[in-house]
Design a protein around this ligand. Structure first.
Ligand SMILES: C[S@@+](CC[C@H](N)C(=O)[O-])C[C@H]1O[C@@H](n2cnc3c(N)ncnc32)[C@H](O)[C@@H]1O
Length: 255
């Protein structure tokens, strides 16, 4: 019987190149906003940690504005992409670390900035991960969380979580704004900025990126087309199954 960890490796080791070229991951207003927020920090952060770095887009964005970035991910395939692309872009201050957010192999207060983008919805033990973030983030340091935001409405939330899990068996849960605020408050991080953007997920590349089996892709299409009107409106479902999810950004400081 395979575990969630096996699912993460199966999903991401072989599909790492698709995440490097994915337009959802390589661009987007959230990445620009992350860049603005970090670039304005004074003094400049000496050390940053990117949790669930994937193919490295957030690490590449942070790199010019911090001393060093540690790009951490459990997937070796993703870390290989980060190393190759960092070398190609001559970003010499990015190091890689194979681990998970729940087990951070660093000393207390090692980082001025901890960041994570489109990864926390895969973490199985969010409470442990949050405690680890608090431990490695120095007092006064900054935390940046970017992820798909769970809809506040339960009906839409249930539909979104169901299709996410059908598409990607390493999905755990998207969290709502209220949940993120409580999680950050729980580790003594004061939220200073919360912003959200509609992110269009184009059906064919969204499915192809992670090799969702055809039978599951058909179920997702059926769920979207047969969803109640409130859900179809909230997710702005299109004829080919493309839809919009909300990307949320939470920026805070450890008090
Ligand atoms: C969608 S990709 C990341 C995208 C990337 N951060 C970006 O901005 O392009 C999600 C990543 O989360 C990683 N991941 C899954 N479970 C994790 C965990 N428990 N801790 C840290 N990373 C995890 C996966 O291996 C995968 O590389």
């Amino acid at each position: 019987m395979s575990t969630h960890r096996d699912a993460v490796h199966a999903q991401f080791d072989a599909r790492a190149a698709a995440y490097l070229s994915s337009s959802v991951h390589s661009g987007g207003p959230d990445l620009h906003r992350a860049c603005d927020l970090v670039a304005k920090l004074s003094p400049r952060p000496g050390s940053a940690l990117d949790l669930g770095c994937g193919a490295g887009h957030l690490s590449f964005t942070l790199s010019p504005h911090v001393g060093t970035v540690v790009a951490l991910d459990p997937s070796i395939g993703m870390l290989d992409q980060v190393r190759a692309e960092s070398a190609r872009r001559s970003l010499n201050n990015i190091e890689t670390q194979c681990s998970s957010a729940e087990v951070l192999p660093f000393d207390n207060a090692s980082f001025d900035l901890v960041a994570t983008r489109y990864s926390a919805h895969h973490w199985t033990d969010l409470d442990t991960a949050m405690r680890e973030i608090r431990r490695v983030l120095r007092p006064g340091g900054h935390l940046l969380v970017i992820d798909i935001e769970a809809p506040a409405d339960a009906l839409t939330d249930t539909h979104l979580q169901a299709i996410e899990l059908l598409r990607d068996r390493s999905h755990v849960r998207d969290r709502s704004d209220a949940e993120w605020r409580a999680l950050l408050r729980g580790i003594g991080v004061d939220v200073r900025v919360m912003e959200r953007w509609g992110t269009r997920l184009e059906f064919a590349p969204w499915i192809a990126r992670i090799h969702t089996p055809a039978n599951k892709a058909e179920i997702i299409r059926a769920m979207l087309s047969e969803a109640p009107a409130e859900v179809r409106d909230a997710l702005r479902v299109e004829a080919d199954g493309s839809f919009h999810a909300s990307t949320g950004l939470w920026w805070g400081q450890r008090v």
